[in-house]
Design a protein around this ligand. Structure first.
Ligand code: SAH
Length: 458
């Protein structure tokens, strides 16, 4: 290690930034997160710094710069934007014995600014000794997804309750308590916004020792999004990382499963269209029984778990067994498909009603209800429509709409094998055949007096 990471005490200390432009503003933004007093040395300030000065958040000195300008500082940043001037300012700061960081000149730096993941008071600093800043940022991005935004508040609550725990519990129990707090229901409750509840749970656990009881299992019905690994929510990733067992569907991309803990059990419960390998009641039974064994279960579904995902059956089974569950939303295929073709699902003034419909109907001889909703101003997103395209065409022909309604087809939206096509209903079957389009796909049906969904195809 050529550099050594330490956390500097900043409360009430002085930080001097030499420079009044964008580079100086960048450093200023960083230091404003601390409790240090900031002094800017510059003849002129850019608008952001001028605003901070006007609101009294920073001091500004315009006079000549001497070593005294840098005396009694926790840190000095040299950021004039001019390398020659920076080198001279560096000499003055060193003459005052300051710890100095010179922007973009690692050789002149006593201290390097790390990439920071800020969940204050939990702070992660990542450094590469100047060798690979891009790598540091990639690590930061990974950690940002791992650490929920409210984690710092939970650490603060823990900090306030440390004395209470120390008064009532021995060292070993305290360790178990905090392990339970940061890796169990308290953290979950807190992450979803139930801060008071989380604090109450910790207090109760300290007073009653309840954290020593065996954990009850839980289930999260998690939306994996349309397939791309970066279209799952942060909460979804967190649940995956906590899971002991994951039951996943056919359309869940294997890349998403890579986000789970390596030792988590992964169980495929896919249903290929028309062949129900895993009947729904069997899926309900396995998730209930895993949770009853005290496991943290993730039921991972493609898209959003609330859209054509049989979520209700699973929730009913969990309710009947008295097992707590949580629904973690995901990007539903209609959103993903529309975005993939540069479209907007609704548009002020021209498309004010959006219908999510399924192409599968209980009675294929009867026109599905959504056919009657087609009118100007309404867009229908048909899920599971490829397999029943023939029926859809027949029903729309019978309704006299086949020549009128435009169809945007997006298959495998947001995946490498994405295919898009556009046609009218009367040429839908030919288009599907011509472009070899198969499931999974969304069919957007649009009345042409409103703009077609697609505005740009990349
Ligand atoms: N819960 C899912 C829908 C499951 S039903 C969601 O919210 O998206 C299965 C249907 O979803 C497929 O038949 C197809 O219509 C659609 N679908 C799933 N993944 C898709 C994708 N990547 N591109 C287009 N459609 C998709």
């Amino acid at each position: 290690m050529k550099t050594f990471p330490m956390f500097l005490q900043m409360r009430g200390r002085r930080v001097v930034i030499a420079g009044g432009g964008e580079q100086a503003a960048q450093k200023c933004r960083l230091i404003l997160k601390t409790e240090a007093k900031i002094t800017i040395l510059a003849v002129a300030l850019d608008p952001e710094l001028a605003d901070l000065h006007a609101t009294g958040r920073i001091d500004w000195q315009t006079g000549p710069i001497t070593p005294d300008s840098f005396a009694d500082t926790a840190l000095v940043f040299i950021a004039s934007g001019c390398p020659g001037l920076d080198a001279s300012l560096h000499k003055l700061a060193k003459a005052a014995g300051a710890t100095v960081n010179v922007v973009d000149q690692p050789d002149l730096c006593d201290a390097l600014t790390p990439s920071i993941v800020d969940r204050s008071p939990v702070v992660v600093a990542i450094g590469t000794e100047g060798t690979a800043p891009v790598l540091a940022r990639q690590i930061k991005t990974k950690l940002e997804t791992l650490l929920e935004p409210r984690l710092g508040d939970l650490a603060s609550i823990a900090g306030r309750l440390r004395d209470r725990a120390a008064m009532r519990l021995g060292a070993r129990d305290r360790r178990d308590l905090w392990r339970w707090v940061f890796n169990g229901p308290v953290r979950d409750a807190h992450a979803t916004g139930a801060e008071r509840k989380a604090a109450m749970m910790i207090k109760e656990a300290i007073d009653t020792g309840s954290f020593k009881e065996p954990q009850t299992g839980s289930v999260a019905l998690v939306g994996a999004g349309p397939g791309a690994k970066d279209l799952i929510t942060l909460r979804g990733v967190k649940r995956l990382q906590e899971a002991d067992v994951i039951y996943y569907d056919r359309l869940v991309d294997p890349e998403i499963l890579d986000l789970a803990r390596r030792d988590a059990e992964r169980v495929y419960v896919g249903k290929a269209p028309g062949c129900h390998h895993w009947p729904q009641d069997k899926i309900c039974n396995v998730i209930v029984s895993a949770a009853q064994q005290g496991k943290r279960v993730v039921r991972l579904k493609c898209g959003d778990p609330g859209v054509f995902a049989r979520g209700r059956e699973e929730a009913d089974a969990l309710n009947a067994a008295n097992i707590p569950y949580e629904i973690v939303p995901g990007v539903t295929s209609a959103s993903a498909a529309s975005a993939a073709i540069g479209g907007f699902l609704t548009e002020r003034g021209t498309c004010d009603t959006l219908v999510f419909a399924t192409g599968q109907s209980e009675d294929p001889n009867k026109a599905p209800g959504w056919v009657a909703t087609l009118r100007p101003g309404t867009r229908v997103a048909v899920y599971m429509g490829v397999g029943s395209a023939e029926k859809i065409v027949t029903h729309l022909q019978a309704a006299g709409l086949a020549n009128r309604i435009e169809v945007d087809i997006v298959a495998n939206a947001q995946r490498p094998e994405q295919v898009v096509a556009q046609c009218r209903v009367n040429t839908l079957l030919a288009t599907l055949a011509r472009d070899s389009i198969s499931s999974p796909a969304i069919l957007f049906l649009t009345w042409p007096s409103q703009p077609a969904l697609r505005v740009a195809i990349s």
